[in-house]
Design a protein around this ligand. Structure first.
Ligand code: HEC
Length: 99
């Protein structure tokens, strides 16, 4: 037992570090939420409200209005996000929309 415990602690430390480092990225949010739920109306072709949401720079420039629109369920228009996708998107925005 006394030989195993340090290995378990080491393994736990490594997996905790990995979890902390793996914050949600733009490409994950884009694939999971923005492309399916927003880009149909806020893409390069049809940019409702002049917002092409497929580009990170546009998101960063509109962070507060995007946050407000998602929080209030005003967006996505005419549909809704899964609760876990909404939470993930808001968390990513609160983290400052990292790349
Ligand atoms: C079915 C089309 C449609 C979908 C899907 C959609 N939007 Fe919109 N969105 C619009 C239209 C149209 C407007 C402009 C009119 C309005 O503000 O009501 C708009 C406006 C906005 C605005 C500006 C609001 C403001 O107060 O200035 C934001 C931010 C926004 N959308 C974010 C999103 C996000 C984020 C998603 C995905 C989670 C999304 N939208 C999905 C059609 C859509």
């Amino acid at each position: 037992m006394k030989f195993i415990a340090p290995k378990i602690i080491a393994a736990l430390t490594i997996s905790l570090t990995a979890a902390a480092a793996s914050a949600v990225t733009f490409s994950e949010i884009n694939d999971r939420v923005l492309t399916p739920a927003c880009a149909g109306c806020h893409g390069a072709v049809d940019a409702s409200a002049d917002l092409d949401i497929t580009k990170l720079e546009n998101i960063k420039a509109n962070l507060e209005s995007i946050k407000a629109a998602v929080e209030s369920n005003a967006m996505p228009m005419a549909s809704e996000l899964l609760p876990e996708d909404k939470a993930l998107l808001l968390k990513w925005i609160e983290d400052g929309a990292p790349e």
